[in-house]
Design a binder for this molecule. Structure first.
Ligand code: GYE
Length: 325
């Protein structure tokens, strides 16, 4: 079939090319798009799932290639994912640190590889300078302040003389847990009516929220005037326990939550939650814009906090627009 040497050469060339391709390790996509490695911490809540979805959607819209890894609530999985991103030579790394401590070594490795790192949602604690480029996430301290300010208004409206509070906190040593608690405590600390009976760790999980609430009810029973819960998931776990104990959440106990996912807003509309402080998971757009700037060597803002609202029984809750998470 092959009539002359020229064709033979061509066929050999093509064959050699095909064979060379066979044993190749995965390589960066030929597409010269910018590649972002993102380590999500888990899927513990509607917030987290909404956050992952938003980052995927925005990466698509901005034409940013996304390597996404879910750490299933384990810091060691996040560290391993970041190491894989470094080995893969992604352009930018982003991650949502499950806890604040313990990131220095892996971040130093990223720095030495010349890959900029963006903190998404949560912060880290470190003695070293310059390990990360910036933080894109909510002002959790302010969320705690907003929750407490609502409670003070509510106590005024109900003319309460003493307010006994139980707190169900998020994951220990995580930024939202630390800062929501600090903002709340600093603010109620100025009001003599406010007493915190105890704080228990619900790890941002619905099942733990239920467990914590059972334990709180058995220790304090009807003494509890307020549940301050660090996220919607734990709140949604706690409510049925309160009902099972013969009490009406939203009436017998004031319920304060954070996140503002659709399920919690629906329950706020039914009057079983009194206040939900918004924490938006929609960080994808700011993330993509920052990734593009970093790749272009441009300056980026050190901290980007999204604007956040509050939804309470002081307003017409029927008018709250669909939340999208
Ligand atoms: O409030 C909670 C989630 O870090 C802001 O983590 C996030 C928190 C959010 O599991 O629902």
């Amino acid at each position: 079939m092959i009539k002359n040497g020229k064709y033979l050469l061509l066929v050999l060339f093509v064959l050699a090319g095909l064979l060379a391709g066979c044993g190749d390790k995965p390589e960066k996509p030929k597409d010269p798009r910018l590649l972002l490695g993102f380590s999500q911490l888990g899927s513990e809540s509607a917030w987290r799932i909404g956050n992952t979805r938003d980052i995927e959607t925005q990466a698509d819209l901005y034409g940013v290639g996304l390597m996404l890894e879910n750490a299933n609530q384990k810091q060691e999985n996040q560290i391993a994912a970041i190491r894989r991103f470094i080995a893969y030579k992604v352009d930018v790394i982003a991650f949502s640190p499950i806890v604040e401590e313990g990131w220095d070594n892996v971040l130093l490795e990223a720095k030495n590889a010349g890959i900029p790192v963006i903190l998404v949602d949560r912060d880290i604690k470190t003695e070293r300078e310059g390990l990360t480029a910036c933080l894109i996430g909510s002002d959790f301290y302010k969320e705690g302040v907003m929750a407490a300010e609502y409670l003070i208004r509510k106590a005024d409206a109900l003319d309460l003389e003493e307010v006994n509070i139980v707190e169900i906190t998020g994951t220990e040593n995580s930024t939202p847990m630390r800062q929501r608690q600090a903002g709340f405590m600093d603010t109620i600390g100025k009001d003599e009516r406010m007493k915190v009976l105890t704080s228990v760790n619900g790890d941002f999980l619905k099942s733990r929220g239920a467990e914590c609430m059972r334990q709180l009810l058995s220790s304090f029973g009807r003494k509890i005037d307020v549940v301050f819960s660090h996220n919607d998931e734990m709140t949604l776990g706690a409510l049925p326990e309160i009902e099972r104990a013969g009490l009406k959440p939203g009436r017998d106990i004031i319920i304060i939550s954070i996140d503002g996912g659709q399920d919690a807003i629906d329950v706020l509309k039914q009057g079983k939650i009194n206040c939900v402080v918004e924490c938006t998971p929609k960080l994808g757009r700011a993330l993509m814009e920052t990734v593009i700037k970093l790749k272009a060597g441009e300056e980026v803002a050190e901290v980007i906090h999204p604007e956040e609202a509050i939804f309470t029984d002081e307003q017409n809750t029927a008018g709250i627009a669909p939340r999208g998470y």
